[in-house]
Ligand binder design. Sequence first.
Ligand SMILES: Cc1cc2nc3c(=O)[nH]c(=O)nc-3n(C[C@H](O)[C@H](O)[C@H](O)COP(=O)(O)OP(=O)(O)OC[C@H]3O[C@@H](n4cnc5c(N)ncnc54)[C@H](O)[C@@H]3O)c2cc1C
Length: 399
Amino acid sequence: MSATADFVVVGAGIVGLATALEVQRREPGARIVVIEKEAEPALHQTGRNSGVIHAGVYYTPGSARARFCREGKTEMAEFCTAEGIAWERCGKLIVAVDAPEAERLGALARRAAENGVEVEPLTGAEARALEPAIMAEAALWSPTTGIVDYGAVARRMARILADRGAVLRFGVAVAGAREGAAGVTLDLADGSRLEAGRAVVCAGLQADRMARAFGAEVDFRIIPFRGEYFRIRNQPPDLVRRLIYPVPDPARPFLGVHLTRKLDGGLTVGPNAVLAAAREGYGREVSGRDLADSLGYGGFWRLLARHGRAALDEARGSLSKAAYLAKVRRYCPQIGLDDLVPYRPGIRAQAVGRDGRILDDFLFVATPRSLHVCNAPSPAATAALPIARHVVDRLLAEA
Ligand SMILES: Cc1cc2nc3c(=O)[nH]c(=O)nc-3n(C[C@H](O)[C@H](O)[C@H](O)COP(=O)(O)OP(=O)(O)OC[C@H]3O[C@@H](n4cnc5c(N)ncnc54)[C@H](O)[C@@H]3O)c2cc1C
């Protein structure tokens, strides 16, 4: 059995859904199909993240990450306001707990300025006046950081798409693909086929496999990094009223465990960044295929050579709640072991190059009839709307 479409989007995470919406806006009347292997949208990264609308402080000036984050935070807020989805601009404090960290804050402030992102340096006393539960030698205040539930955003996007005539097929995986001069043929796991003029693939943790299935030459591999969170209990609901982040460690690729306010009034701490043995193994499962893909990749071993100490430290924090707690207590000493209740983990899809480098920027790879979003790490949820615009610009330009 075979069906036809003008455009097919693989993956109903926030990037795929935002892209499908953008195609629908730009090509009214086009037949759009979204294919998702899970039973509903946002079951992977999009529904398992910190829910932060990032301001864009950290990213390399001039990178797609910096630009799309800056644009995306405003567009995400506008989208949510227009759609009646709860969000809040609560702001965040990046807190330095000692002199070397305070020095690194200066560099972060300069980077934020280069990125056109508003931040305000605070003394330790000023930071503690805002957040009395926090230890700080100095801090950087980012007033434009916010919070939202990206799962709710994705579900709304799916509903808008369906209301406007797109077909969303859940519970069926794309198993293979062939490209011809006129379009793409997708083989679906249920044995059916889908013929489409063009395809956009936003497959997150499966991005490298999907790109290869479409015949793209890709020189990276997705390495899964598990991010574990705890919900905080026993503490006053206003323990902190803003998001609290540590100063990022330059030896580590991720931002460090942070205190994140939730829209339901709760508070979480996390995520750490632990090398995972399964791309979608939220219960710490081991996948033979995923493990072989990581261990059989030279880039993985070079990554370990670069970040081996950090990887061991993260593994320790994962196995020992006390080690995890120590990271939080550096800046919020009143949280205790009994206050931490496990919360749903997420797994980051991080592209790693053959040389062991973590690919910093968003990565898009084109084949003749399709475009692949190959690396969309944080802040890709914040930046989903500008990413979608970029993808559709390229897709239509190459038509
Ligand atoms: C722990 C963690 C914390 C984060 N915190 C933040 C944050 O606070 N702010 C922020 O902006 N970003 C954050 N991010 C990053 C953000 O969540 C991701 O960048 C974003 O969700 C990526 O969206 P996506 O649509 O590309 O991927 P995903 O949401 O992973 O969606 C990919 C989809 O493709 C589907 N798929 C894969 N293969 C196939 C196939 N063969 N056939 C059909 N469907 C397929 C999957 O089932 C999945 O639904 C965080 C990520 C993690 C993991």
